[in-house]
Design a protein around this ligand. Structure first.
Ligand code: DLL
Length: 432
C-alpha cells in the first residue's frame, strides 16, 4: 500500500477526519466563492450548520452547467497567483470545464495516483508506458505524476502512433501500460496485424480508465495482452484520475480515496440520498482541495457504494465499476438500457470482435436501437448466411437478457473506427 494510514483507517477515525475536512471546505467556499455563498444562503444553510457528516445533505448540489456558466475561474477559491496548474476537459458541447490546482492540490492528486498505481501492483522497478492523452486532459499528467512519485521509469508516449507504441514496448521492455481500455484494444489489434505477439512481451499490468468498460471487456483485454488489467476512475471536476481505483481483489469494485472526496448516491430524479448498496447517481464533495473544491457535484455516473473490509486489507469505501453515464442511458420501448449491458452480451459471442457502435433511430413515435458489431474476419468470410445467423443469435440474447428488441448488423472487419482515447460508441441518429 502507498499510504497505509489512510487506506486502512477505521471507519470511525475516517469519518472524524472527513467531518473536520468538510467543515473546513464548506467555510472555505462560503467565504471565497460568491456562487456558493448565494447557493448556501438560498437554502438557508451556513457552514456552521455542519455538525455531523449527515449534514452534508443540507448543502446544495453543483452540476456541470454551474461549472460551464462560471467558466473559466468563477468557482475558484484562491487568487490566480496561487494556481500552479490548470487542466480542462474538452466537453462535447459548449465551453470546457476547468480544473485549477494549487501546489498543495497537485501534491494531493499525485498522492492519490500513487495509491492507485501501487494498488495496481506498479513498483519503482517498472518501466511504464503512458499512452493517455498528454496535455489538458488529466489522464496523461495525472498518471505521469503518480508514477514519478513511485519512482518508475516513465515513457511518456501520449496516445496515438500505435505502431510506434508497440516498437517502444519491445525496445524498452515496457512492463506497465497506461491507456484507455479502448486504446489498449487498438494496440493489441495492431500488434497482431504487424505480427507481434503482444502476450510474449514483458508487459504485465495495465491501468485503464476514463471511459466505461465492462468486466467482460476487462477479461478480454487481459486475455489479448497477457496482462492484469487494473482500473482508475476520476473526473476533471474532482482532480482527474485517482478518485477511485481497483485493488488486487479484482471484485468489480473500486476503492474511493474517501479522505479526499465524500461520496453519496442519489436518485437522479428526486435527488434523494440513497442508502449503501442502492444503484443511482454518484455525487462527490472534494474535502481537501483548495483551488476549486466542488460541493455535492453530480457526476451523472451510475453506480452503487459498499462498505466492507476488503480482502486486500483496505478499508476505503468501495464503489462498483461504473455502469455508465446517465446521459448515455437509452430508453428503448420504455426500458432503461446502458451501452455497457449490450457490451457484456457482445463480448460473450465468439463470432464477433469487441468493436461495436449503438445507433438510436426514430421509428414512428418510438426510439429504436440498432447495434453494429464487427464480425471476426474468418466469420465474415463465411458469407451472408452465417452473418445472418450470428445477428439473430445476438438479437435473441439481447431480447432475453435486457428485454428489448434491437436490430443487429454484423459489419465487415475493421469498418468501425478505432479509438486512441475515449471511444465513441453511441450515435444518436434522431438528431440528424
Ligand atoms: O477521464 C479522468 C481519468 C483519466 C480517469 C484517466 C481515469 C483514467 P474526464 O475527461 O473529466 O476525466 O471524464 C470523466 O469519464 O465522469 C466518467 O463518466 C468517465 N470515467 C472516468 N473513469 C472511468 C472509469 C477523466 N474507470 C468521466 N469507468 C467520468 C467508467 C469512467 N467511466
Amino acid at each position: 500500500m502507498w499510504d497505509e494510514k489512510f487506506e486502512t483507517m477505521s471507519t470511525d477515525q475516517m469519518q472524524a477526519f472527513q467531518l473536520a475536512k468538510l467543515k473546513e471546505t464548506a467555510a472555505w467556499v462560503y467565504e471565497r466563492v460568491p456562487f456558493y455563498k448565494k447557493k448556501f444562503d438560498e437554502l438557508g444553510v451556513e457552514p456552521g450548520d455542519i455538525k455531523a457528516l449527515q449534514d452534508l445533505g443540507k448543502l446544495p448540489f453543483t452540476v456541470k452547467t454551474d461549472l460551464r456558466d462560471n467558466y473559466p475561474f468563477g468557482l475558484c477559491a484562491v487568487p490566480m497567483s496561487q494556481l500552479v496548474r490548470i487542466h480542462a476537459s474538452s466537453g462535447t458541447t459548449g465551453k470546457p470545464i476547468t480544473g485549477p490546482y494549487t501546489a498543495e492540490d497537485l501534491d494531493q492528486w499525485t498522492e492519490c495516483m500513487a495509491r492507485n498505481l501501487t494498488a495496481a501492483g506498479v513498483t519503482p522497478t517498472d518501466i511504464v508506458q503512458n499512452a493517455y492523452g498528454m496535455g489538458l486532459f488529466t489522464g496523461g499528467l495525472g498518471f505521469h505524476q503518480g508514477a514519478s512519485r513511485i519512482g518508475c521509469a516513465i515513457v511518456p508516449t501520449g496516445s496515438g502512433m500505435t505502431e510506434r507504441q508497440i516498437t517502444l514496448m519491445q525496445d524498452f521492455a515496457t512492463t506497465v501500460l497506461f491507456s484507455t481500455p479502448s486504446y489498449a484494444l487498438t494496440i493489441a489489434e495492431k500488434a497482431s496485424e504487424i505480427g507481434v505477439d503482444i502476450r510474449k512481451l514483458p508487459m504485465r499490468v495495465g491501468v485503464f480508465g476514463a471511459e466505461p468498460w465492462t468486466e467482460e471487456m476487462r477479461r478480454e483485454i487481459e486475455d489479448r495482452m497477457g496482462i492484469k488489467a487494473m482500473e482508475a476512475y476520476g473526473l476533471t471536476e474532482l482532480m482527474g484520475p485517482g478518485v477511485s481505483f481497483s485493488c488486487p481483489a479484482q471484485d468489480g469494485y473500486l476503492h474511493i480515496n474517501e479522505d479526499h472526496v465524500l461520496a453519496e448516491i442519489i436518485d437522479p430524479v428526486t435527488e434523494e440520498v440513497l442508502p449503501l448498496g442502492a444503484k443511482g447517481e454518484l455525487v462527490f464533495t472534494a474535502i481537501q482541495r483548495r483551488a476549486m473544491p466542488v460541493i455535492r457535484y453530480r457526476t451523472r455516473d451510475i453506480t452503487e457504494l459498499k462498505r466492507e473490509k476488503c480482502s486486500c486489507g483496505r478499508t476505503l469505501l468501495k464503489m462498483k465499476k461504473v455502469f455508465g453515464r446517465s446521459d448515455d442511458m437509452l430508453i428503448i420501448s420504455g426500458v432503461n438500457v446502458f451501452p455497457s449491458q449490450v457490451e457484456s452480451i457482445l463480448l460473450e459471442v465468439a463470432e464477433v470482435e469487441p468493436q461495436y457502435v449503438l445507433i438510436i433511430r426514430k421509428k414512428g413515435y418510438l426510439d429504436a436501437l440498432s447495434v453494429d458489431v464487427e464480425a471476426k474476419p474468418e466469420v465474415y468470410d463465411l458469407g451472408e448466411e452465417k452473418l445472418h445467423e450470428v445477428e439473430k443469435k445476438i438479437e435473441g440474447r439481447i431480447r432475453g437478457v435486457i428485454g428489448i428488441g434491437v436490430k443487429v448488423r454484423c459489419v465487415p472487419p475493421k469498418s468501425i473506427e478505432r479509438s486512441e482515447g475515449k471511444a465513441k460508441r453511441v450515435f444518436d441518429a434522431r438528431k440528424l
